[in-house]
Design a protein around this ligand. Structure first.
Ligand code: SAH
Ligand code: SF4
Ligand code: F3S
Length: 485
């Protein structure tokens, strides 16, 4: 029987790992006739790829499931079927409870099982009750996912290199939802990257819950750290930029720090979550480092790569956090100075040690006040950082069309969103852009053409001060040298 065409809608919540996983789920389902759809309405299968990190994130799933039930019923009236699946970290954490709360769900499966989707779909279609799969299989999904024929991801793409976490920070669900740390082989990663670059990708972001804990098998049979992997990836012809996220301060080893000074494709921007500036709270969180350890790592990174910018994650209102502890967090932020950052109110997660710390719990009001203070300081730093870009020329990777006609949108080296008027043919290219506008959250500029580059000393010196990742020595087919916009 020929495979009939069916519509698949995947809604992704949470972190970049989930974004990556959603792409791979689509790849696994493509041979079964499922094609990506833009909306749930009318879809034959809807997958919610969920996040369990904070209470709000996981509650969203149930409201979405309520809405989907109506659409599923509409289809049923027409004699058609909508398969509803819950994947990701809520699926892993709650399993059968999801079907108990929402019996119209056909499949619940965790982040390590989606290579088994074809089999799960067959079972769900037969309709003999819901399918639940929250195992941590012995085989790795990465060894079984389709390689050739994966959907092209565009100019900027994710490559998962490491998964899971053995750190057990006392507030965090990830070690339970994603399981133990696992590193893919370097050979697999190099191959996936080569394939992506052949399909038009010029920037990769290496992903892992603890990406710098990476310790995969190298082609030489030895164990490679992230620094070594990055150096090997930098040899890929046509790959202009390399990033990685999320890193843990404890795994920021000297080789990786050195790579920042030595690998021109490695972008001068690191997301390095610290959570708190108080040693007492860091200990209670089981982060296993002090605020000064973190300051030292930042200093080393900036010594290796002058101008390197940082972002971070902060949790306010962890149980027992006093006014002094919180002041220490503000002090750390002031000392480090961030280009951007995320901050959250502590959310007690079932099954985590911190959820049972009754002592010193903060009220919602206190948490909100601290969140506001921390966000004001971080926003001020981001505005100041963006302001520093005014008048400079930044290499921008245009990866999408902007809101206005004739406008493209991309990212500079420091992950700042940059928009400029530019022709579509510059999509997927790294292009020098003179920054003429800076707001709290983005930059605007003008593409520097070959003529203006030659004509203006200032533009040239700005480029020299912050060299684009592929200066002529590292040029590649989509380079910026011939840009004549
Ligand atoms: N592996 C990364 C973080 C993964 S979770 C790391 O170690 O830093 C992403 C962010 O969510 C965390 O950095 C933390 O700031 C936040 N987070 C995690 N659990 C949380 C909780 N229970 N309440 C509030 N924020 C939380
Ligand atoms: Fe969670 Fe900590 Fe692991 Fe990050 S390092 S995923 S915060 S347990
Ligand atoms: Fe959320 Fe799971 Fe990522 S809990 S942040 S989707 S690892």
């Amino acid at each position: 029987m020929a495979t009939s065409r069916k519509k698949l809608f995947i809604k992704t919540y949470g972190c970049q790992m989930n974004v990556y996983d959603s792409g791979r789920m689509a790849d696994v389902l493509a041979p079964l006739g499922y094609e990506p759809a833009e909306e749930a309405e009318g879809a034959d299968m809807v997958i919610l790829n969920t996040c369990h990190i904070r209470e709000k994130a996981s509650e969203k799933v149930y409201s979405e499931l309520g809405r989907l039930r109506l659409q599923q019923q509409d289809k049923a009236v027409r004699g058609e079927r909508m398969i509803i699946a819950v994947a990701g970290c809520v699926a892993q954490a709650e399993g059968a409870e999801i079907m108990a709360r929402a019996p119209h769900v056909d499949m619940v499966f965790g982040p390590q099982t989606y290579h088994q989707l074809p089999e799960m779909v067959t079972r769900a279609v037969r309709g003999a009750g819901g399918v639940i799969n929250t195992d941590f299989p012995v085989e790795s999904k990465f060894d079984l996912l389709p390689g050739e024929g994966a959907t092209p991801q565009g100019p900027s793409a994710f490559v998962s290199v490491q998964e899971g976490c053995d750190k057990f920070c006392t507030f965090c669900v990830v070690p339970y939802t994603r399981g133990a740390e696992y590193s893919r082989s370097a050979t697999q990663i190099l191959e996936e990257t080569r394939r992506m670059v052949a399909n038009g990708t010029v920037e990769i972001t290496l992903l892992g819950q603890n990406v710098n804990a990476y310790h995969g098998e190298g082609p030489d049979g030895g164990t490679w750290g992230l620094g070594r992997l990055i150096r090997a990836l930098a040899e890929t012809d046509g790959l202009a930029r390399i990033r990685y996220t999320t890193s843990h301060p404890r795994d920021m080893d000297d080789d990786l720090i050195r790579a920042h000074g030595e690998v021109p494709q490695l972008m001068p921007f690191v997301h390095l979550p610290v959570q708190s500036g108080s040693d007492r709270i860091l200990a209670a969180m089981n982060r296993k480092h002090t605020a000064d350890d973190y300051r030292r790592i930042v200093d080393k990174l900036r010594a290796a790569r002058p101008g390197l910018a940082l972002s971070s994650d902060f949790i306010v209102g962890f149980p027992g956090e006093t006014a002094e502890d919180f002041a220490a967090t503000l002090r750390l932020i002031t000392d480090v100075t961030y280009a951007s950052a995320y901050s959250f109110k502590y959310s007690a997660r079932p099954g985590t040690p911190a959820a049972t710390m009754a002592e010193g719990r903060l009220t919602e009001e206190d948490k909100s006040a601290r969140l506001e203070a921390v966000q004001n300081l971080l926003a001020e730093q981001q505005r100041a950082f963006n302001g520093l870009s005014l008048g400079t020329v930044q290499p921008v990777l245009f990866d999408r069309r902007g809101k206005l006609p004739g406008q493209l949108l991309g990212r500079g080296p420091f992950m700042q969103a940059v928009h400029a008027h530019a022709p579509d043919r510059l999509l997927g290219q790294v292009v020098p852009v003179r920054i003429t506008a800076a707001s709290a959250s983005s930059l605007g500029g003008e593409v520097v053409t070959a003529e203006t580059v030659h004509g203006r000393e200032s533009a040239l010196s700005a480029i020299a001060a912050d060299p684009p990742p592929h200066s002529p020595a590292h040029s590649h087919p989509t380079g910026t040298q011939e840009v004549t916009a």
